[in-house]
Ligand binder design. Structure first.
Ligand code: ATP
Length: 293
């Protein structure tokens, strides 16, 4: 089984602040890290580091930031195909890490938003029945729908992490087998029951330091978070999702409690380090995590 991630690629600039600024305020911050990021890249790199074969398709601009993303991805085990679009600025994210442990993220999406339905369906040319399609909320509505339809036509399993949340996801649930939601997304979308009623077969809810739950129409499995010292929570949800999916895929089983435990350990490692992709467990550490019970 292989995974195909179609999503965004960005450079993440993380700044620590005492608290989020009020409208109109100017505040001081401390530069924490500059790292490879973007939810598509995050999830693809984390999957690839587990040893599961993973293709990433993402768009960048023809600019220094796009070249930096390409160089950094070349050092990862992911099979990355970057579409370099003329006249488009490569995406970046400004991440504010507040002293109370929460973060706020502003992501530009000129490059991700310029990916077309054709890019999405061509991205799945090498996909086969049973492979995973992993999507997030950065692509446009038509491109996201085209990717899901192409995946369904090939008999792939479709997974959506609807972040950033866009209104169009409401129309996509019938095309989605599995959804990963954090607490805010679950509240806005009406919770797991609503998604299950629209045909999503399983929903994974993550609730930060309080852990995660896997919900199916007939079962609910809860797994606690792994205690850790919080340094930077950026990418915790992406790492969690990637490792849960890969743990199950590598064992040839459906998502289970063990997959969620592996994901919780990997996400806690990420929370304990500054940065995004560079905060994820490396391939050796991933192997050790996946060997646990
Ligand atoms: P982010 O946007 O920060 O990447 P998210 O909002 O998508 O994250 P969360 O629910 O905050 O997702 O976190 C995902 C998982 O990461 C949690 O289920 C948990 O396993 C782990 N995690 C997050 N915060 C902590 C923490 N403070 N301590 C330990 N584990 C954590």
């Amino acid at each position: 089984m292989k995974a195909f991630v179609i999503g965004n690629a960005a450079i993440d600039e993380t700044v620590s602040v005492e608290d989020f600024p009020r409208p109109g305020a100017s505040i001081f911050g401390r530069a924490l890290s500059q790292d490879l990021g973007g939810k598509g890249v995050n999830q693809a790199v984390a999957i690839a580091r587990t040893g599961l074969a993973c293709h990433l398709v993402a768009a960048v601009g023809q600019d220094p930031r796009g070249r930096e993303i390409a160089a950094r991805l070349a050092a990862e085990p992911v099979m990355a195909q970057l579409i370099a679009l003329p006249g488009v600025a490569t995406d970046n994210s400004i991440i504010l890490m507040a002293g109370h442990g929460e973060n706020a993220v502003i992501t530009t999406r000129a490059a991700a938003g310029a990916m077309t339905p054709d890019h999405a369906s061509v991205a799945l040319d090498k996909a086969a029945s049973g492979d995973l399609l992993v999507l997030q909320g950065n692509l446009g509505a038509a491109t996201t729908a085209a990717a899901l339809q192409a995946a369904r036509a090939r008999g792939m399993r479709t997974v959506l992490n609807p972040s950033p949340l866009q209104a169009y996801v409401a129309d996509l649930w019938p095309l989605i087998d599995c959804a990963f939601l954090n607490e805010d997304e679950a509240a806005i979308l009406g919770g797991d029951a609503r998604l299950l009623s629209h045909g999503v077969a399983e929903v994974v809810l993550t609730i930060g330091a309080r852990g995660a739950a896997l919900v199916r129409p007939d079962a609910r499995i809860e797994v606690p978070a792994t205690p850790c010292t919080v340094v930077d929570t950026t990418g915790a949800g992406d790492c969690f999702m990637a490792v849960a999916l890969a743990s199950a895929a590598l064992r040839g089983v459906a998502l289970d409690a063990r997959a969620l435990r592996h994901a919780a350990v990997a996400a806690a490692w990420t929370v304990g380090q500054a940065g995004t992709v560079s905060a994820f467990p490396d391939a050796d550490r991933m192997r050790a995590i996946l060997a646990k019970g």
